[in-house]
Design a protein around this ligand. Structure first.
Ligand code: NAD
Length: 483
């Protein structure tokens, strides 16, 4: 695959690769080089989505009746193929997401490892038997729910598709995946590996298209039993609302405005490292990014100077180029959205560095790493997820004020604190209203053995990943035997 070789991605419906019935396509430009097209994908409409859901519905009973061991065997074969094809996936990821090669390689390796972990724990989780005190033999089966609709974002496109697909499949569901229209190739590579591994037709279906057409039809489809959505808070809340009252399981993972708190006794070198990593990876376009840094006043100036010095060293450019730390934002829409935060009606505080397009960058959607000092509490810069390389610095008189600032947005995805004082760290961890907390770790901390999700406007429903990620795609069905 090269910059001048656009890939024609197709839907996968009932085991066959097909264009949209209308023949219409969407074009994905390279965010690092506007002159080149990375891929085209079908602009699917309701009729394509309906065909995929019908295929999944027909295939479901056979797959649900397949033993867990046999399901795992097919998925392991697909995992082996994905591992063999990792380099192709990494290249596709860099081209379509704009992230650096190192970031994409990390994404692919972590996603494959987390999938292997879920396959390892699946047999015990899905099928536990025992004898109760009453003498009855009980079999607590986690039964598949049916057809699962999986809607994913563009920022970590391979891991998002895998993180939803594998738990759904191993639990015995059939799926219809709607990857982001901005990142079609990685989803297709997952589908191709499952087909090549021998997954029966109709179990894994892929439908591409816009959120408004293909995504919305999936959400509204009456024959879907579970929806797992990851994306923006705006769309996620609408998905949760649209499904309210229907007999469908819903899991919605949304945006964040994640605080990193640095207390006066913190190891400042480690805190700056954590801030750099979480603020600028993926050009700030990851849900677990640090976007607010709250520093106890006695070390505010020193932290600011160290963080600024490191920010000045960030090299912006094409994710394929050696030595580049940060690529472009994902699209023209995202570029214009991030720049809009620098307009006078939205901006407050002092821009210490950045605040506009990256100078000397290639002809793509590159934004300069940006640090804003002490914006107003109520300003859009403080309250809204920007999803770009933009970080705000705030001062706090003490831990209590830091907790209050940390909790002061509508989001609740993750938070972190740097301090040597264990008691203060524990107080913060209990008081901050988020889905996960890092102590002396970046906001982006996570582990394949621990599920993840958000509070407030960052999440609805059960968490993703590890055992909870599999359990979401099931319902508990205890079966009692009298021996
Ligand atoms: P987005 O909400 O624009 O799109 C996400 C997906 O939803 C895409 O596939 C899109 O086509 C689809 N979609 C859009 N409108 C829809 C509709 N009306 N009905 C159904 N589907 C629809 O988000 P994005 O820009 O692709 O991703 C960035 C967002 O994702 C950020 O807010 C980020 O924080 C969030 N995110 C969250 C997590 C998490 O785990 N919490 C992880 C990654 C990204």
């Amino acid at each position: 695959m090269t910059h001048t070789d656009p890939r024609e991605v197709l839907n996968l419906i009932d085991g066959k690769w097909r264009p949209a019935r209308s023949g219409e396509t969407l074009t994905r430009e390279n965010p690092a080089n506007k002159a080149s097209v990375v891929a085209t994908c079908p602009a699917s409409a309701a009729e394509d989505v309906d065909a995929a859901v019908e295929a999944a519905r027909r295939a479901f009973p056979g797959w649900a009746a397949t033993s867990v061991e046999d399901r795992i065997a097919v998925i392991r074969r697909a995992l082996d193929l994905l591992t063999e094809r990792s380099e192709e996936i990494v290249v596709a990821d860099v081209l379509e997401s704009g992230k650096t090669r190192a970031d994409c390689a990390g994404e692919v390796a972590r996603a494959l490892s987390a999938t292997k972990y879920q396959l390892d724990i699946a047999p015990d989780l899905l099928d536990s038997r025992g004898v109760l005190d009453s003498g009855l033999e009980a079999w607590s089966q986690l039964a598949p729910v049916g057809v699962a609709a999986l809607i994913t974002p563009w920022n970590y496109p391979f891991s998002a598709v895998l993180r939803k697909s594998i738990p759904a499949l191993v639990a015995g569901n059939s799926v219809v995946v709607k990857p982001s229209e901005l990142t079609p190739i990685t989803g297709e590579l997952v589908g191709a590996a499952l087909v090549d591994a021998g997954l029966p037709a109709g179990i894994y279906n892929l439908v591409y298209g816009t959120g408004a057409a293909a995504g919305q039809r999936l959400v509204d489809h009456p024959d879907v039993n579970a929806i797992s959505f990851t994306g923006s808070t705006r769309v996620g809340l609408a998905v949760a609302e649209a499904t309210g009252g229907r007999d469908v399981k819903v899991q919605v993972e949304m945006g964040g405005k994640n605080p990193l708190v640095v207390l006066a006794d913190a190891d400042l070198d480690a805190a700056v490292d954590a801030a750099m990593h979480a603020s600028y990876t993926a050009a700030g376009q990851w849900c677990i990014a640090t976007s607010r840094i709250i520093v106890e006043e006695p070390v505010f100036d020193e932290f600011r100077e160290r963080f600024l010095a490191r920010t000045r060293e960030v090299r912006v450019g094409d994710g394929f180029d050696e030595g580049v730390h940060m690529g472009p934002v994902s699209s023209r829409v995202q570029y214009e959205k991030v720049l809009s935060f620098f307009e006078p009606d939205k901006l407050s505080g002092t821009v210490l560095i950045g605040g506009g397009p990256a100078p000397d960058a290639p002809d793509g959607y590159f934004i300069a790493p940006t640090v804003i000092e002490r914006p107003d509490h109520d300003s859009p810069v403080t309250q809204q997820e920007i999803f770009g390389p933009v970080v705000s610095l705030f001062g706090a008189a003490d831990l209590d004020e830091a907790i209050s600032l940390a909790n002061g947005t509508p989001y609740g995805l993750c938070a972190a604190i740097f301090t040597q004082d264990r008691e203060k760290a524990v107080k913060f961890a209990h008081a901050v209203d988020v889905g996960r907390v890092g102590v002396n770790m970046p906001t982006s901390v996570g582990d394949q053995q621990v599920p993840g999700g958000g509070r407030k406007n960052s999440g609805r429903g059960e968490y993703e990943g590890a055992d909870a990620g599999i359990a979401f795609f099931t319902h508990l069905k205890p079966i009692f035997f009298k021996p």
